[in-house]
Design a protein around this ligand. Structure first.
Ligand code: NAP
Length: 490
């Protein structure tokens, strides 16, 4: 059994704890690797290493940093299939989706590499003569990146690549359920020529290793994707040191299906949005708000389609839905199914664990007669459980959609352009799709949400620069005399 170490200052090193933990395939329950658990001291060493590398890396011209990323992107392309297969074994989602996950990492790596020649500032006229005004971008310093298990390479790449191109150095902690893809990513970046110390990988328990990153005074910014509970704790802890924090948290994403929608298109979309990645996407659709006129027809057809989904090993190309990530998550889903029944919702499909293989499988599950005040319609379940909610009008559907604490993604199926624009305007989410499900973000657009989904920051695309740079405003006076702004302007 292969045992993996930590990556600090350009070397694979033993952890200080001497302890290991198992990486388990959630479909088969086979242990696929052993990982060393980092200690708080290991995190300190990783931070020192990142601090040591900062001057040289931030002083490297951004287009040269970009060259390393271009090489890494090509290597990711070459290893796409191998990484996708490993990901399916490590976290269970089907090959089609794990290939997509790796592709997202490839896309963001190319995009960030290109940013090396596009690190733009602003110039603007001064109010005084012979004076030049501009802004430039500087890296923040050592940044701490903490990621979840549901996109084991895409989310790390979303954070690592922009952080690198803008000149930061990194201490990175992936989820304990999916460390192997992060190891693969670190190896690629190292082979692509990333200097030692620039990227450090520490693996281990969230509250200990993640907590040590959050509390380390020499880390200047934290980028975190995960649950609201952890995000809230990070925000309050990191706030004590005035760290910059960017949070991408949970969702309870609605799809509205209007009476003028293309029903078959909507059913295709809801099926993919609700049960893709076994419902374990932050953007997964967990509520479908259907116009009452078409609810019976929608429900009948949708149940028929859902019944056909095949559960199994994601490595089998005929599988539609893999397992959930671990036993804790399986128990949480089962608990919410009971809550739904107790609340008076009608369970029309699924609701039970399944055993196509020894692992953590749960049947695709549909509740009807759900009202928006029920817990199953309010709380993030993060599994293949969908609530169907009836609405009499678009206004009511939007009110229901907005009635949750989250605000990540939303969608509307409609043939009416007025409905579409009203939804764009009124749905209180960071992302809205028209005639497409709530999942499917592209890397060159900002990603993030409103309300409890985060703290207002956006990742990826054109907004990644805000996450990982400081703005420097420069006033360059070449008049040769003292000129006073606001005073000498008459
Ligand atoms: P989580 O429990 O919050 O864990 C996320 C990461 O934080 C893991 O690396 C975890 O380490 C670490 N962690 C746990 N406790 C910590 C602490 N006290 N201090 C610092 N780090 C800590 O979330 P999860 O269950 O893995 O992920 C699912 C959640 O992520 C869902 O709510 C989902 O909606 C959200 N998510 C959001 C987005 C988005 O972009 N909005 C994308 C994907 C997922 P361990 O793995 O070692 O526990």
């Amino acid at each position: 059994m292969q045992q993996y170490k930590l990556f600090i200052n350009g070397e694979w090193v033993d952890s200080g704890t001497g302890e290991t933990f198992d990486d388990v395939n959630p479909a088969t329950l086979e242990t696929i690797a052993k990982l060393q658990k980092a200690s708080v001291d290991d995190v300190s060493r990783a931070v020192e290493s990142a601090e040591g590398a900062f001057d040289s890396w931030s002083g490297t011209p951004a287009p040269l940093r970009g060259k390393i990323l271009f090489r890494a992107a090509r290597m990711l392309e070459e290893r796409k299939e191998q990484l996708a297969r490993l990901m399916t074994q490590e976290m269970g989602k089907i090959l089609k989706e794990t290939r997509g996950d790796v592709q997202e990492a490839i896309d963001i790596t190319y995009y960030a590499a290109g940013e090396g020649r596009r690190l733009l500032g602003e110039t603007t006229p001064s109010e005084l003569p012979d004076k030049f005004c501009m802004t430039t971008r500087r890296p923040i310093g050592v940044v701490g990146l903490i990621t979840p298990w549901n996109f084991p390479i895409a989310i790390p790449a979303w954070k690592i690549m922009p952080a690198l191109i803008y000149g930061n150095t990194i201490v990175f902690k992936p989820a304990s359920d999916t460390p192997l893809l992060s190891i693969g990513l670190v190896k690629i970046l190292t082979e692509a020529g990333l200097p030692k110390g620039v990227l450090n990988l520490v693996i281990g328990e969230g509250s200990i290793v993640g907590g040590a990153i959050v509390n380390n005074k020499n880390i200047k910014a934290i980028s975190f994707t995960g649950s609201v509970e952890t995000g809230r704790w990070i925000l309050s802890e990191a706030g004590k040191d005035m760290k910059r924090v960017s949070l991408e948290l949970g969702g309870k994403n609605p799809i509205i299906v209007m009476d003028d929608a293309d029903l078959n298109l909507a059913i295709d979309g809801v099926l993919w949005g609700a049960f893709g990645t076994t419902g374990q996407r932050c953007t997964a659709a967990s509520r479908v708000i259907v116009h009452e006129e078409i609810l019976p027809a929608f429900q009948k057809k949708f149940i028929e389609r859902t019944k056909k989904l095949k559960l199994g090993n994601g490595l089998d190309e005929t599988t539609d839905m893999g397992p959930v990530i671990n036993n804790l998550q399986l128990q949480k889903i089962a608990k919410y199914v009971n809550i739904g029944k107790e609340e008076g919702a009608t369970l029309v499909l699924g609701g039970r664990t399944a055993k196509p293989l020894p692992g953590y499988f749960f049947e695709p599950t549909i509740f009807t007669d759900v009202t928006s005040d029920m817990r199953i319609a309010q709380e993030e379940i993060f599994g293949p459980v969908l609530s169907l909610i009836s609405a009499v009008s678009l206004d009511e559907a939007i009110d229901i959609a907005n009635s949750v604490v989250y605000g990540l993604s939303s969608s509307i199926y409609t043939g009416n352009i007025k409905n579409a624009f009203k939804a764009i305007e009124k749905l209180d989410t960071g992302i809205t799709y028209i005639n497409a499900p709530t999942i499917g973000a592209e890397i060159h657009l900002p990603f993030g949400g409103t309300k409890a989904t985060g703290n207002g920051t956006r990742e990826a695309g054109t907004t990644a620069i805000e996450e990982f740079t400081e703005i420097k405003t420069v006033y360059f006076d070449y008049s040769g005399r003292l000129q006073k702004a606001q005073i000498d302007v008459e």
